[in-house]
Write a protein that binds this ligand. Sequence first.
Ligand code: NAP
Length: 277
Amino acid sequence: MLLLGRPIVLILEKNIKEELARTKVVPKLATILVGNNPSSETYVRMKVKACARVGIDSISYHLNTETTQEELLELIRKLNHDQEVDGILLQHPIPSHLDERDAFNKIHIDKDVDGVTTTGFGNMALGMDANPSCTPAAIMKLLKHYKIQVEGKHAVVIGRSPILGKPMASLLLNANATVTICHSYTEGLEQIVSTADIVIAAVGKPNFVKGSWIKEGAVVIDAGYNGGNVGDVDFESCLEKASAITPVPGGVGPITIATLLYQTVLSASKRKKENSN
Ligand code: NAP
């Protein structure tokens, strides 16, 4: 079975439009892009376009590569205090002379619609109310939509980044999967992957996961997105073994964007409710 993102995007966008009609709120997302990474520019452009499509306002800040930490933090502070802004997206990665973790953590928790703050991560990991990081949240929505059993299953997550692998493992654990996290120091990766009922590839290496590693009938989720629209999974060989698999493009990516929009709308509704109390 091909696990397409589109049906989930349509449901999320319908829910968003209904919520906007119900609350009469026009949410506002502030996007911050630092430097000239072409992929990041494309991602931000796609997110801004998606906002417009569903009726979310957005305001974009494009800072130059030489931006200092203090200048970046000053912008985040300003947006934290701006009553018009419901969500702040700092596009990852930012230039290496900047401290990304410090910048993420300066985003007010109520405006952390991309699930990047340490506090948000902690709350999510403990199963408390929080916006999870958007890609892992998108993958959970995909698994749910296609009725893929997670509970009791062995999920192997390849990658342990703060925005993808680690939150992914926590969300799967909270959904009662038995989770193994693999990374660049893992010994016997292929053998571990071959025991997985669900494989999540979040490696950042094109066509990395091979069909020969996959257990017959396993579910293969490709979170990767590399140059030339290539995922982290060798699609053709994995397709032969998997009972279900996400394509790249058209799998996890579009749901990630719709999740960001959805979390922005929830943040706006919550802020409106709190302000009216
Ligand atoms: P990242 O920060 O570079 O992390 C990559 C992870 O893969 C690291 O934990 C690394 O291990 C691990 N790794 C690298 N080589 C490995 C190997 N040979 N064996 C096992 N593990 C290995 O990347 P990321 O930001 O998590 O992104 C991962 C992928 O997801 C990329 O393709 C990215 O483009 C994609 N992505 C997609 C979306 C979307 O919306 N679809 C959003 C974000 C990212 P160490 O920790 O040991 O270094």
